[in-house]
Design a binder for this molecule. Structure first.
Ligand code: FES
Length: 142
């Protein structure tokens, strides 16, 4: 693969962290300290595999939903507010984000906890399959 180094300095913030490799504060450019940032050439696809979620629960989670309300179901598995998104994907699972949905009416539903359902955000029984049963459960650290 090839790397492309942009000549123009580009400001990188946590929200704008498409930086592949960053070297901070060790170079000078026109009397000021700069961060060097190496960006991948967008045409280079390092991996064709989609990011994989971790498994916070091997069972669905029963929730009472309010019709017309907006919800965001956690797709990455790292949220501590399962089965809903708490924004952790921004740091732990870049490229993934919560799945937004609005139920039509008040309802009690089983939302997927294993994150491998084929009918997100709802459980479709996939958690009973061996690849989930034998997979490690995500453990929260810190
Ligand atoms: S909990 Fe994911 S398919 Fe049932």
């Amino acid at each position: 693969s090839t790397f492309h180094i942009f000549q123009k300095p580009k400001y990188v913030t946590p929200e704008n962290s498409d930086c592949f490799f960053q070297i901070k504060g060790v170079f000078t450019h026109q009397q000021s300290r700069v961060s060097l940032c190496i960006f991948l050439n967008p045409q280079v696809n390092l991996s064709t595999a989609p990011p994989e979620p971790v498994i916070p629960s091997k069972k669905p989670i029963k929730v009472e939903l309010v019709g017309g309300k907006r919800y965001s179901w956690c797709t990455c598995g790292y949220s501590r507010k399962q089965p809903f998104c708490d924004g952790t994907h921004k740091t732990r699972a870049q490229g993934m984000k919560g799945l937004r949905f609005v139920p039509e009416k008040d309802s009690t539903v089983w939302l997927c906890g294993c994150k491998h359902t084929n009918n997100p955000p709802y459980c479709d029984g996939t958690h009973k399959q061996d690849f989930i049963v034998s997979a490690p459960l995500h453990e929260y650290t810190d």
